[in-house]
Each structure stands twice: as C-alpha cells, then as structure tokens.
Design a protein around this ligand. Structure first.
Ligand SMILES: Nc1ncnc2c1ncn2[C@@H]1O[C@H](COP(=O)(O)OP(=O)(O)OP(=O)(O)O)[C@@H](O)[C@H]1O
Ligand SMILES: [Mg+2]
Length: 296
C-alpha cells in the first residue's frame, strides 16, 4: 500500500498554530513527497558538533560521514551519550553542526524541515494530555490546513495502521505506554513524510510489546517505502529492522562501522535464529566492543 501524496496546496500552513503545541518539534516534518528512488535522503560530510556549556565545551560528534539512501532503514547504535540523539537532531535541523555539511533529500536541513520531509518520534510519546488521541493525530494536519474530511480520513487510516482503531476518543493517559507510542507514530505518519526519525521509540517498553511494534514498523516501512533513521541500544532490534546499521563510538560520536543487513525485506522473528542474522549481530557487537563502549 503506497501512501498518497498530500496535495501541494494543502501543505501550506493556513494560520498560526498554538505555539505551545509547536514547541516540541515532534510534529516538525511534513512531506507529501516520497524521495526519488536511488536519491540520498541524508548526506553528511565531516559533521562535528560541540556543545558549549557552562562547564566548557562538550564534543558530541566528530567528523561524521553518513549517506542514507531513500527508502533505507538505518539504525544508529552506540553507547549512551555517544551522540545518537544529537545526530538525529542535526538531521532534523534541531541542532546545527559546528563543522561539516549535511543535506536532506538534496536540500539543507532547514529547507527539509520547512518542507516537512520528516516526522520525528521521540523516546517518550509526547502526546498532548488535553487532546484526545484523534485530536493529537490531527494536530499537524490542522497546522497544515487540511480540511475536516481529509483529517478524518487520515486519522482513521493511520490509527488503523497502528492498530488503534476504537481508541480515537480516549485521552493519552487512558492508554498504555505502547499504545501512546503507537499514537505518536500515527501522528508522525499522518502528514505523510518521506522520512521518519525515531529516537529509541520502543526503549521503555517490555520485550513482547517491543517485538510486536518492531514487526508493525517493519511492515509499515515495507508497505510505504519510507526512509527510516532509527536510534536503538538493542543489537537484535537493529539487526531485525535495518537495511544498514551505523555503529558509533563513545563520545565524541564517530562512525566505527556501517554494516549492510542483507536479510530479506519481509522478516519474521524466526530470522533471529539464522546464521546470517547471528553473524551480523556479532559484527555489530564487535564494532561496539572495539569502541570500548558498553560497560556490562
Ligand atoms: N543541549 C546540550 N547541551 C550540552 N551538552 C549536550 C546537549 N545535548 C547533549 N549533550 C551532550 O552531548 C553528548 C551526546 O548526547 P546525546 O544525547 O546525543 O547522546 P545519545 O547517544 O543520544 O545518548 P543516549 O543513548 O543516552 O540517549 C552527551 O555527552 C551529552 O551530555
Ligand atoms: Mg539519545
């Protein structure tokens, strides 16, 4: 199933949004456009980022070169504090590199943000507690000026896609953590961005729920052809989901290894027992070890 493109005329914001609701950046993506096949969704060259803090400079990223093809599912894996979120935020134009350059679908991150090329999904669901689930999903659509009929169509479509039909009128706090995260995903999908930026979206969930959401996400990616950039700490999750795994060193984050995951596009969990899967997982682990990452 391919997602239809948003009519260009409807992408324009029609009026001021409630500033408080725009402040999180989670709804910062739009799309309507699917990146051309073979094109680069992300092209970073020599990207470094140093935060200036009261206690001095914190070098978060050092000389990151990264190419992500349109339609790829790329996982970023690395020890805590190595700069994964920072890299995702650079892609999303929420941070600016102190050196190097980055293009998103051939344009600057700022342009890509304005054109809503991506949806950003935070580790915590970040739904607005005073809005029902359907009104949370509708929020970016309201900001972008979609009419009520189209909003309804998309709410129904994307809540169904994440298995939340029937929960439209509930408030976020009436849903479990996994359901809230799925509602967040529906919201990021609702404006049909070409790319999803996901920062440990399932990190706080138990393994069974996480497995289930992994399967749903994989199916969604397969059905829509979106580019996904996915941050995780879990080696099996990275191998199960990805076409490419980017292993990062401890801070300042550098890229240690980029591993192609040549597994079939349609995967079931049985694949985790196969020699091919285990071999890729071992290479990820070796990369993490070589960076002397995990203490455990
Ligand atoms: N706004 C900021 N100001 C100053 N330092 C920051 C800021 N954001 C992150 N850092 C620092 O930059 C480094 C990288 O942080 P980042 O959040 O990108 O790591 P991460 O890989 O996402 O970690 P985790 O896996 O724990 O989420 C850390 O040392 C962090 O303390
Ligand atoms: Mg992080």
């Amino acid at each position: 199933m391919a997602f239809a493109s948003a009519p260009k005329a409807l992408i324009r914001p029609t009026g001021p949004a409630r500033p408080v609701e725009r402040a999180t950046g989670e709804i910062g993506g739009t799309g309507g456009q699917t990146a051309e096949a073979g094109a680069l969704a992300v092209s970073a060259r020599g990207v470094s980022l140093t935060y200036q803090t009261r206690d001095g400079a914190v070098e978060a990223l050092a000389n990151v070169d990264l190419q992500i093809g349109a339609g790829d599912f790329v996982s970023l894996i690395g020890p805590s504090g190595c700069g994964k979120t920072t890299l995702l935020r650079v892609i999303a134009d929420l941070e600016h590199p102190t050196a190097g350059s980055i293009l998103i679908n051939g344009v600057t991150p700022e342009e890509a943000r304005r054109q809503r090329h991506y949806g950003y999904i935070f580790q915590a669901p970040a739904l607005y507690p005073w809005r029902t689930i359907e009104r949370n999903v509708a929020l970016p659509l309201e900001i972008m000026g979609f009419d009520a009929k189209e909003r309804r169509r998309r709410i129904d479509k994307y809540l169904k896609l994440v298995n939340l039909s029937g929960f439209e009128r509930k408030f976020p706090w009436q849903l479990s953590g996994g359901m809230q995260q799925r509602a967040s995903i529906a919201r990021a999908l609702s404006f049909e961005p070409a790319m999803l930026l996901m920062d440990e979206p399932f990190g706080a969930l138990d393994e069974i729920v996480r497995d289930h959401l992994n399967e749903q996400l994989l199916r969604l990616w397969d059905q829509t052809g979106k580019t996904v950039v996915f941050v995780t700490h879990s080696i099996p999750e990275a191998v199960f989901l990805s076409t490419k795994i980017v292993v990062m060193s401890p801070r300042p984050g550098r890229i240690i290894d980029v591993i192609s995951c040549e597994l079939p596009r349609e995967r079931t969990f049985e694949i985790r027992e196969t020699p091919q899967f285990i071999k890729i997982a071992q290479r990820v682990r070796a990369g993490l070890r070589s960076g002397q990452s995990y203490d455990e």
